[in-house]
Ligand binder design. Structure first.
Ligand SMILES: N[C@@H](CCC(=O)N[C@@H](CS)C(=O)NCC(=O)O)C(=O)O
Length: 222
């Protein structure tokens, strides 16, 4: 129903002369929020296919045709379709941002930008995934408190270097960049799961700055 409405809204926009080429396949409270946030930061036109975070939507034949595992986010750009939130962020910044939110390849900040960008899915998200499974997805009688404790401990260790990296900086490489789209969302989630020590002053201030961005607020409440 929602999809039909959005596509008809899209065709109305096209009739009015706007070209809407980007469609975000999205579910609330998921990594798809990163992409919605980025689209808003970049001021891009897009259509939102807001799906239910439930197997009946995500594992449908229609959505599995977009993502083989039935996951979000997926971005369609005209006849291009891609999944993996990090790849989508890089794609949007490369093709739709006129070079903003990313340091130039020859900038001294570029290696650090790449490092923190990829640290998120590599080091922070795996324990978050386990915490989600052990606190939300599994029925209570199949949850394992030891697995949960280990994941919480790993997550606390994974976010500690981020606090150190933020010393004297507002964002991961100084100015706000696409690395913060990845990192800000993951650190916000980490704090929601109670895994950001209140003593990590730089990291808590960083999460506060992320939360105060209007584009982030819109993405999180959608
Ligand atoms: N590494 C992927 C992870 C995608 C992913 O696992 N998405 C979750 C939401 S945060 C999902 O769709 N879960 C549904 C499921 O596992 O059935 C990315 O960054 O896009």
């Amino acid at each position: 129903m929602c999809v039909i409405f959005l596509y008809s809204a899209n065709s109305i926009l096209q009739k009015r002369g706007f070209i809407v080429v980007l469609t975000l396949h999205f579910a609330s409270n998921s990594r798809a929020g990163r992409i919605l946030w980025l689209l808003e930061e970049l001021g891009l036109e897009y259509t939102l296919n807001h799906m239910e975070f439930h197997p009946r939507a995500l594992k449908s034949d229609e959505h599995r045709a977009r993502h083989p595992l039935g996951r979000v986010p997926v971005l369609d750009d005209d006849d291009i379709s891609l999944f993996e939130s990090g790849a989508i962020v890089e794609y949007l910044v490369a093709r739709h941002s006129d070079g903003v939110l990313r340091p130039a390849q020859n900038s001294p900040l570029f290696p650090e930008y790449l490092q923190w960008f990829h640290y998120v899915e590599g080091m922070i998200m795996p324990p978050i995934n386990t915490i989600v499974v052990q606190t939300i997805l599994l029925p209570e009688d199949r949850r394992d408190p030891e697995v949960l404790r280990q994941a919480q401990s790993l997550l606390k260790k994974a976010v500690a270097p981020v606090d150190a990296a933020l010393e004297g900086r507002e964002y991961m490489i100084g100015d706000f960049s696409a690395a913060d789209i990845m990192m800000g969302h993951a650190c916000f989630m980490s704090r929601r799961f109670g895994c950001v020590d209140p003593g990590l002053e730089n990291l808590n201030a960083y999460i506060g700055r992320i939360e105060s961005r209007p584009a982030f607020q819109l993405a999180i409440k959608t």
